[in-house]
Each structure stands twice: as C-alpha cells, then as structure tokens.
Design a protein around this ligand. Sequence first.
Ligand code: AMP
Ligand code: MG
Length: 402
Amino acid sequence: MLSIESARDTILSHLQPLPPEKVSLEEALGRYLAEDIVSSIDIPASNNSAMDGYALRCEDIKSAGTTLAVTSVLPAGSVLEKALESGQAVKIMTGAPIPKGADAVVKREDTIEIQGRVTIQKVPKKHEHIRFHGEDIKKGTSVLHTGDLIGPAQIGVLASLRHLVVSVYQRPVVAVIATGDEISEIDEPASAQKITSSNSYTLISLVKASGGIPLYLGIAKDLKHELINKLAEARRADLILTSGGVSMGDYDIVRALMSEDGNTLVFWKVDMKPGRPLAFGTLLGLPAIGLPGNPVSTMTSFYQFGRPAILKMMGARNLLLPRIRARLAVPVEHSGERPHYARGILQREGEDLCVRPTGPQGSGILTSMANGNCFIILPKGKTHVDKGEFVDCEVYHEIGML
Ligand code: AMP
Ligand code: MG
C-alpha cells in the first residue's frame, strides 16, 4: 500500500501552479507571489531620526553636562538645508531627516532645554538613534520572492515599495461533491436513517481555509448517473473533491467511475489511519481526490492530500501542515498496523510542550477533531507510546500561546 508521502507526491506530480493574475494590494492577503519583487528605491529614503531628541555632532560632547545652542526645530516631514555647526544642536522629531553635519541623536529624555540651550546629559555614541538611508531595503535587492505567502508584513513591504498591483497565482476552483444514499442536506427533514452531510460543510470550509474557491455541487446518490450529472457542473473547476463512495461496498461509485474509460484511477488506498480508502485519479479530465466518507477520515485525508494540492495550485512553496515535536502527556496504545493520525490537544504544561489525545478516536467521531488542534502521528509498528515520549504533531488549528 502507498505511504502517505508517496501518495501525496503522486497527487502533486499531476498538478501545476495555476497561471498568475494581477490583483490590487488590498486583495493580495493570503495569496502567493508569482513574481520576484526587486526594489527600485532605498528605504528609508534618507538618514532620519529614530527618536524625538536633539541631532548633534558627537565630537562636541566630550562629557555629560555639555550645553549646545538649539538653532532650529525640525518636525518629521521637513528638511533642514543648513548644515549643523560645532556647538549647535537641532531639536528633531522621529522620522525627520538628519541635518548635514550631525552624526547622532540624543533622545529627549537625556536632555534639558532651557532658553534656547540644551544640556546633554548622556554622551552619545556615533550614529546613535539614526536610521540610515537604505538600511531596511537597498535599491536593486530582491526583497520578496515567487512563492512567498503574502501576509500583513509582505503587504506592508509592498506598500513601502509602492506596488499597488501584484502578480499572484490564481486560486483554484475546487468542486465539492458528497455522495451517499443515506446522506442528506442540512435543510432536509431529519430521520434516523439519514446522516446530515457534515462533510459538505467541513470540505467547503477546508477549501476556503486553504485559499481555494469552493464550488459546492451537492449530494449525489449512490448511482453512477447522479455522480456524472453532478460532475457536468464541475467542468469549470480545477480540482474535484468527493466524499464517500471509495470503500469496498457495492455502491462505491466514485472509485467505480474513476475506473471507467475516459477517467483514470491513479491509485486507491493509502497506508494511514484514518483515511485508508483514498482514491486519486481523473474525472472528466480533471484531477479528482476521492476522500473517504467518514467525517474524520475526510478531514484527515484533506489535510494530507487536498490542502497540499490546493496550495501547489496556488503557487505555495510550503505545502505541509506545521510539524512540532511534543511530549505525550499520557501513554497511548494503537494497533501499529498503519501510521495513526490521532487527534490531540497541543499545549504548554509547565516547561514542556505536551500533547494528549482528544478522547475516542473513531473515524466517525468528528468531535475528536473539533476538540483538538493537531494530529498526533503514532508511527507504524509501534503499538505503545509511553507518557513523556516525544511524538510528531501536525498542527491544524489554533494553538494559542505555546
Ligand atoms: P462511505 O465512504 O461512502 O462508505 O461512507 C462511510 C460513512 O461515512 C457513511 O456511512 C457515513 O456514516 C459517513 N459519511 C459519508 N458521507 C458523509 C457526509 N457527506 N457527511 C457526513 N458523514 C458522511
Ligand atoms: Mg457511501
């Protein structure tokens, strides 16, 4: 059976980043750069003051208590043409350009100004409290790179560089189809035989949270023509995600359809728990990930395969969930037959970063995901992991302050 890593590599080898598009800076948050950003300017554009204080010549201040004549006041946004002479100081505000001749700023707290003269109470170091021309960004340097995730800091850098429009990779449209005769929509009458399609909602949210654009196509009954009808509406998608219909049952239509002429079943089954019966292939020529139907399997498989697929199409460099090593807070048993992605709570306990499972771990227990923030990866072949042993965890939800 394919390992998670080989299965993921196989899926990713069938996908490419989508073409770039230009978006305004305001729309760029959460997107991935499709261009390298080379600065055409220096930032800061001039040497300027990092403090409210007095610009002066260091050689004038041999000892604390030296007094200088205050010749001008320089607000931020103004420039002083006249050079500072020996024995003089300029009262300067944060951000104002350093006057010629000055080589340090003494902050206001270390001075006393009385009647046009300022007493410097602390001997300054040369260049103290001066922000130098180009010290953040030098003209001609490559500041941001293709594949970088655009967060608030990158937006700020792009704004400083006056990039009102940026080139980013397009977001994939991801068709979501639930399957199953027993599955019903949230607004259909409930009954004991029916299961409300939570997967529709988790998958739509997972696609959004990964940066994709969900195209929800509803529930297909376990009849091939129903799935084919739904797929007809998926033509404008870049990726298809289905839930259910990939197991061993007589009515497992997703896998059956992938095996028919015109479609492809690239692989079926992955060596993992939960989520073994994953199918990957093409439907109508589009890449399709057939996620297993049990709600925890659906989500776990999405994080392992769907999310990296979406991120790759969005041009991201880093496709995997963040991994953290933590100590198990309690001993854990598992079958050891497959790598087990148990759901856990990662938190700081005293000096240690600890993790504990969220309780019952059945693949239908969706609260095991909702109560947790990470997958605890229990390795294949190891049936008992002791309290205090280190385990790898993959973080999928807010972890707070660790
Ligand atoms: P399947 O993989 O089609 O055999 O589905 C396995 C089980 O997953 C079903 O018996 C349901 O309990 C559950 N399931 C399948 N689809 C959904 C869905 N859309 N929402 C919630 N649970 C589902
Ligand atoms: Mg089913």
